[in-house]
Design a protein around this ligand. Structure first.
Ligand SMILES: *Cc1c(COP(=O)(O)O)cnc(C)c1O
Length: 458
């Protein structure tokens, strides 16, 4: 088999600004060991997120010029609507400025105290919008999804038995919706199988609970189904995606992920009455229903991106580049989450830095070390992000201490990925020299964005 090459050539480039280790030491200290406080210009390879960081195609840029900025009834809206309908098969399409805006509108309509929204794993903004409405979010991730280092094909699956007993205990009338997140972002970008979606759907139908899909990475998930699930090898990805959506009563999407757009999102619905209710809210918070918080040019870029993302040579390259990096690291003995997910590589910081106690944030220490060694920016997903304090002020750690290296779509080439692997392996070889961190300043909520830290002095 020959090398899987990037299925594009480069027409427009952006410079990367090189700096020295000495400069990075000053930069990291000035940023208080928090990658969110580092200027993007001071980063060589930016793996902070895959959201809104995609490279758009020449077709998308051409679409940007063709965007029609009419307030009402813009042809760009109809083009966007056709593209979303073509994939989801849903009749009511509502544009929003991001995925979370679609969530806000949906959960304002259906949420409220005493209600439970159930899921394989709710993404942070989804959970936050559910809780903001007064309702509760409950995750039922399958057993395989709880073990980062044990490979399994569909670690994003929902635990159907657990959901069944929950429905029996709480009553279907208190569960307005089940949400399947594809791929499972918070669980490492792991896919959900078609069989699991079908089983969840059957359970939902039996109890009259609508099924929604959080579709941010629907194309990556569809491609995993093609690769890994019996009976899908010869189907095209569009048909697989259509089948996924055929089981759903609605979907939310951030176009900043699998639509290659820098901004945007949507809500797709099958229920006309709910669509009307959501459109009324949309007008208050986002805008008129034919633009919903977006410019006409953004709608064009999303419409074109939704077609491009289903190109199988793209998906092959996309999934392979994440797997390639994961395998390289695994072969060098670096503890990584396996198998590779669809959009990011996750380092297991607890296993990487066993000499740093969880109370000294090994994930954040590793993020700092990757920046110092090679100017790479990742993000801690562990006790700094999710840790809480008990009544005595002692840290209640998160379940896992991970570092996420999210790969922007169509942005970096194989040599960039090789460089990332080299840097991580270099850091791994000198891991015993890495020191833990302690917090000097923090906010009461979502502290990881603004927290300030200092190395622990032994
Ligand atoms: C990014 C994301 C969202 C929220 O989308 P935004 O465009 O960032 O508001 C919701 N769910 C999942 C799974 C995501 O990855």
């Amino acid at each position: 088999m020959k090398t899987i090459i990037e299925p594009f050539r480069i027409k427009s480039v952006e410079p990367i600004y090189f700096n020295s280790r000495e400069q990075r030491e000053i930069i990291l200290a000035d940023a208080h060991h928090n990658p969110f406080l580092i200027d993007a210009r001071d980063v060589l390879i930016d793996l902070l997120t895959d959201s809104g960081t995609s490279a758009m195609s020449s077709h998308q840029w051409a679409g940007i010029m063709q965007g029609d900025e009419s307030y009402a009834g813009s042809p760009s809206f109809y083009r966007f609507e056709r593209a979303v309908k073509n994939i989801t098969g849903m009749p009511f399409i509502i544009p929003t400025h991001q995925g979370r805006a679609a969530e806000k509108i949906l959960f304002s309509s259906l949420g409220g105290a005493g209600k439970f929204f159930v899921s394989n794993t709710l993404f942070d903004t989804t959970r936050a919008n559910i809780e903001y409405s007064g309702a509760e979010g409950v995750d039922f991730i399958c057993e395989a999804g709880r073990h980062p280092s044990i490979p399994a094909p569909f670690k994003g699956n929902l635990d159907v038995e657990a959901l069944k007993s929950f429905i029996e205990k709480k009553g279907a009338e208190n569960i307005p919706m089940c949400i399947i997140t594809v791929t499972n972002n918070s669980g490492g970008g792991q896919p959900v199988s078609m069989q699991n979606i079908r089983e969840v759907k059957a359970l939902c139908v039996a109890h009259g609970i609508p099924l929604f899909i959080d579709a941010c990475r629907f194309a990556e998930n569809a491609y995993f189904i093609k690769l890994r699930e019996d009976g899908y090898k010869d189907k095209n990805v569009l048909d697989i995606a259509r089948e996924m959506f055929s089981y759903a009563d609605g979907a939310t999407m951030s176009a900043k992920k699998d639509a290659f757009a820098n901004i945007g999102g949507f809500l797709a619905l099958t229920n006309e009455q709910l669509a009307q209710q959501c459109r009324n809210l949309l007008i208050i918070t986002e805008g008129f229903p034919t633009y919903g918080g977006l410019a006409g040019r953004d709608l064009e870029a999303i419409a074109i991106g939704l077609e491009e993302v289903l190109d199988e040579s793209y998906l092959q390259y996309r999934i392979r580049s994440i797997e390639y990096l994961t395998e390289k690291l695994h072969e060098a003995g670096v503890p990584v989450m396996r198998p590779a997910g669809g959009h990011a590589v996750y380092l297991d910081a607890k296993a990487f830095l066993p000499h740093i106690p969880v109370s000294q944030y090994p994930g954040q220490a590793l993020v700092g070390a990757l920046y110092l060694e090679g100017g790479i920016r990742g993000v801690e997903i562990g006790s700094l992000m999710f840790g809480k304090y008990d009544a005595q002020g002692q840290l209640i750690p998160a379940a896992l201490e991970l570092v996420r290296l999210a790969i922007p779509r169509r942005v970096y080439t194989q040599s960039h990925i090789d460089y990332v692997a080299e840097v991580i392996i270099e850091v791994f070889q000198h891991r015993d020299q890495i020191k833990g961190l302690h917090i000097t300043e923090e906010a009461p909520m979502l502290r990881h964005f603004t927290v300030k830290l200092k190395p622990v002095v032994a």
